[in-house]
Design a protein around this ligand. Structure first.
Ligand code: 1Q0
Length: 215
């Protein structure tokens, strides 16, 4: 059935969206970046309702960005670079504490950007894992090295509990819908440089404009 095919996660699709998100001039297209996250949320949803507090927040942030993209100033949001320029020039970003622009594109994307670092670390662990590696441990380690520092205790606690019910490595690989483990590992090897590049370009841009600590 077409509808369920549509809901089914496919790692190749996510890989393609991240590939499409890089322009020739090494800018990041917001449309494809957001599509990449949508694909990842699909994956998360297929793991069960324990993860819905995470996917809800991701969906919320995706929607904020999509509403800018489809809004009357959508042409300013084509790339992350143009978004940053536009929002900064027009003073649409709360820089030190939350005020009249609590949902700027810049601060919203920053949350996803930090999560992309988690993804990079987690996928690298998956790629180099062995049959007896535990997904919950790999996921928790990646989280502790990245996102955790931005989350209060309650969220760290809830995230830690959710990680514990992650499926084991082989079930996890099956949900990725790529084929046998060797193929998953190969595709992760293809995906990681792309994800790292998108991450690094955004990180450099945010560093340059001093946006890495937006409230
Ligand atoms: C596979 C397990 C997935 C675990 C995801 C790890 C991230 C845990 C994050 C927990 C965050 C939960 C709720 C809310 C947090 C917000 O407070 C926070 C800050 O925002 P704000 O507005 O309050 O300042 N939000 C965030 O930090 C954004 C978190 C977004 C997380 C998006 C995760 C999307 C999921 C992906 C599944 C990927 C599976 C990878 C394997 C597939 C192969 C490609």
């Amino acid at each position: 059935p077409v509808a369920s095919e549509d809901q089914r996660f496919c790692l190749r699709e996510v890989l393609d969206t991240f590939r499409l998100s890089l322009s020739e001039k090494k800018e990041v297209y917001l449309e494809h970046y957001v599509a990449g996250w949508r694909g990842l949320v699909k994956f998360l949803n297929s793991l069960g309702s324990v993860f819905s507090f995470i996917s809800k927040d991701a969906v919320n942030k995706i929607q904020i960005l999509v509403s800018y993209l489809n809004g009357e100033n959508g042409s300013q949001y084509v790339t992350v670079q143009s978004m940053v320029k536009y929002e900064l020039e027009n003073d649409f970003v709360d820089q030190t504490k939350r005020g009249s622009h609590p949902e700027s594109g810049c601060r919203t994307l920053l949350r996803l950007h930090r999560a992309l670092r988690w993804l990079e670390l987690f996928l690298e662990r998956l790629r180099t894992s062995t049959e007896d590696s535990k997904t919950s441990v790999m996921c928790a380690e990646a989280y502790n090295e990245s996102l955790a520092q931005y989350h209060p205790w309650v969220i760290r606690k809830a995230a830690g509990m959710a990680f514990c019910v992650l499926p084991g490595r082989s079930a996890f690989f099956e949900v990725m819908n790529v084929g046998p483990p060797e193929q998953v590992v190969a595709m992760l090897g293809e995906a990681l440089p792309l994800i790292s590049e998108v991450y690094q370009i955004t990180e450099d841009l945010y560093t340059q404009h001093n946006l890495l600590n937006l409230p």
